[in-house]
Design a protein around this ligand. Sequence first.
Ligand code: CUA
Length: 361
Amino acid sequence: MLPACEEGQRQGPNGGSPRRGRGSGSGQGSGTLNLGRDFVDRFFTWAGVQAAGGFWMPEQGSTGAAAVDHLFSFILWVSAFFFLLIVTLMIGFVVRYRRRPGRMEAGPGPAHNTPLEITWTVIPIAIVIGIFIWGFKVYLDVNTPPANSYEVLVTGQKWKWLFTYPNGHVDENLHVPVDTPIRLVMTSEDVIHGFYVPAFRLKRDVVPGRYVKVWFRAVNPGEYQIYCTQYCGTGHSDMWAKVIVHEPGGFERWLDEAGNFMKTMPPAQAGELLYRTRGCAQCHSVNGSGGTGPTWKGLFASHVPIEGGRVMVVDEDYLRTCILDPTKNVPVGFQPVMPTFKGRLKDDEITAIIEYIKTLK
Ligand code: CUA
């Protein structure tokens, strides 16, 4: 209960803005009826059960979000009701039966009351069984993707999310069509990450060495924030991405264009995209700072000492060999830990990366 509450509150500022925007709009030029409606509207928004988001929750961006919110609100308000009931009675009894002159000794209290005991046993059992059935149904729904789902592979790595589409395109953001069931097959390259889209009420740990599957159906075009929720190292708080929900037809256009970037972009620009999406950025900086591998800044045309006393000039052939056969010419001061990209990068992609390295002077 408590962690969920905290989460709701933490998201408050995010979800709060749409409500405020809408509230001020409907508040102007309204009669008594509108004021009443506005009040009810605000109450339910605040109670966390409206699509536009409210004080507690961000906007409901997926079909699953509404189901989760309704259950959450029900549990919250049932808990609040019983909390108030019990605390009020307790304080009332403490004041009424306190020790005072004329009532210094505790009298004989009732030892047993069968109807009362049955009542306070049966009612809570009925409520928690109801919550269990409701919760189990929602759990099954959010874990059972429809058979016609569109599948996207998700890779978590230090410290970014990568999304791979059926046509092989890799993107830094999750693009999806609106109103279509999307199945995510997620895994991690290194440590445990947490894939979290507050607006979709979707949160799952992404674990190395296994596949975690989730699904959702976005209800409105727009952009939604993705976070990482497992502390995964220095760049954890930068491990952001966006879900971009496209209008009908827009997704296919985007995928055609994005999947074709090798043909539509200048080589150096395409190389920069490959640098970010194919794992180069994990080990090679482009600003001169250190890393597992040499920085790419000023790398081209420089002289590098190789293990064994040789010195090599960094040219196109040297870089190409490093990408395809990385343990062959390891510069002094670095470990031979780079994996080969043979079969993972096409020739024109290797050329594009080399063109990009040349621009980093
Ligand atoms: Cu990945 Cu935190």
